[in-house]
Structures are given as structure tokens and as C-alpha cells.
Ligand binder design. Sequence first.
Ligand code: PAF
Length: 289
Amino acid sequence: MLVVRTIPALRQALHSGAAAAAPAFVPTMGNLHEGHLALVRQARAAVGPGVPVVASIFVNRLQFGPQEDFDRYPRTFERDCELLQGAGCDVVFAPDEAELYPEPQTVKVQPPAALADVLEGAFRPGFFVGVCTVVLKLFNAVQPGVAVFGKKDMQQLLVVRHMVRQLALPVQVLAGETARAEDGLALSSRNGYLSAEERAEAPALVQALRALAAAVQAGRRDFAALEAEAQQALLSRGWAPDYVALRRQADLGLPQAAGGASDGPLVVLAAARLGRTRLIDNLELPALS
Ligand code: PAF
């Protein structure tokens, strides 16, 4: 496995052969866990043998708000490289900030408000501008044919797909299933911030989502009340919920009040703080009849 730090070195490694195939790509911010490794294995399976799989490791300052955890975001580069090698990655692209942002980034990708200023975007202003801008730069550096994004960050996946479609980027975006611990907690680099007590409490987030999804599937259609109940359940356990929201999977729009097949598949998304740690999760629901 090759580790490269610069865009010219990456281009040299990937695109120097006459008929070099477009690589498969998994962008990450490092501090890898089984969820990331599953994305790398999915990337490996999506392209034939001999086609390189590239993972990037870059903690992107542009997507962190001023009060967020950029400085304390865990950096575990050596271990990440060992894990990536074991998962079948061929090239790690690990630029420093000066390589990816050699000058202030004044040209930015502005995703549409309806998709990017709601939910995560409402609580993390500028987050998806930062994500889209770095993902586009990484795509330009790697020039992948396929890129894999986890469903754990469902809104990010939808925003990136929208960008790819609107900018006609020649990249097929694949979605990776959310990896979960045995007790249901979605794997996340931020789980590492949790104390033992908080870690024991953390599965309550997915439990709240499951309860809401089960109520909808059992026929309840008072969606706003269900969202409020889920938030209240988290509040009463000591969480500070930002949102619990039932939305259309296609565009994160509100489902019709009575629900219906025309909404297509739904998704219930949540973000909540447990102590100092903000966790997000979501569950997909089939279309309602
Ligand atoms: O999901 C992430 O880890 C990041 O948002 C990404 C896609 C690597 C962009 O920095």
C-alpha cells in the first residue's frame, strides 16, 4: 500500500499508465473503524482486480464550525494505515492542509438550501458547503470512477449525490450500509469521546429511531407528534436532541400528512448530544401504502 501526500504524487501513482482504470475511492477523516473498512471492502468489490482502491485521510477544517471539535478530532494515522491495508486499500492519500488549501478557499460549492440547510445544515451552518467543496477537490485529485459514502451520514450522501448529478461529475456514488455495534449503536469516530457511562446510554438514540419507525409501520400517521415523542424520550434520559425527523428519502422533504406511497421510501434521522458528544443516526423505512 502506497501513502502519498501530494496531488502530483497521487496523479503519478494512479494515472500514469496509458490505459489506467479510474480508481475506486473512499474519502475519510481518519480515526477509522469497521464502518470505514466495510466501505473500503465495498469499493474493492465494486471494481475489478487490478483497479486501485484509494482512501483519503484528511480532517477538513472547512466543514467544522468555530465551536466544533476540529482540534480534538482524533488523529490516528499509523493505525488507520494498518487497517486500510488489511481492508484491501492500495493507495492512501493523506494531504496536509497546505496541499489541499494552499490559499484561502474562496471558491466553494454551495448545495441547495432545501437539501443542505435543513437538519444537520440547520445546526451546523456551512457544514455541507465544507463537505461539498472538499469532496469536489478530492474527486479532482483522485479522479475516481466510483466513490463510496456511508449511509450513516445519510444527508451527506444525498447532498453529494445531488452535487455529482448537477455538476455532471463522472463518478458513480455508492452507498454503504451503516455498521453497528452489537447493542445497535452506529459506529462513529465520535463514539470514542463517550465515557463508559455515556457509551452504555448511547444505543438509546437508535432505540428512539426504531420506536418511531415501528409506530409508523404500525399505522400511526401523526408524524410531528411522533417526532416530538422521540425527542422527549431522549430528553428525559438526559440527552439534548437537535432533531428527530421523518423525511422522504429522495429529497429530505416532509412526507404527506397522511403518508402515502407517492412519498417513496422514508428515512427517520436524529442528532442529539450526550454530554459533550454529538451523535447522529438514521433508519430507512419502506414507502408507506
Ligand atoms: O464523512 C466524512 O468523513 C467527511 O465528511 C468526508 C466525506 C470525508 C469529507 O471531509
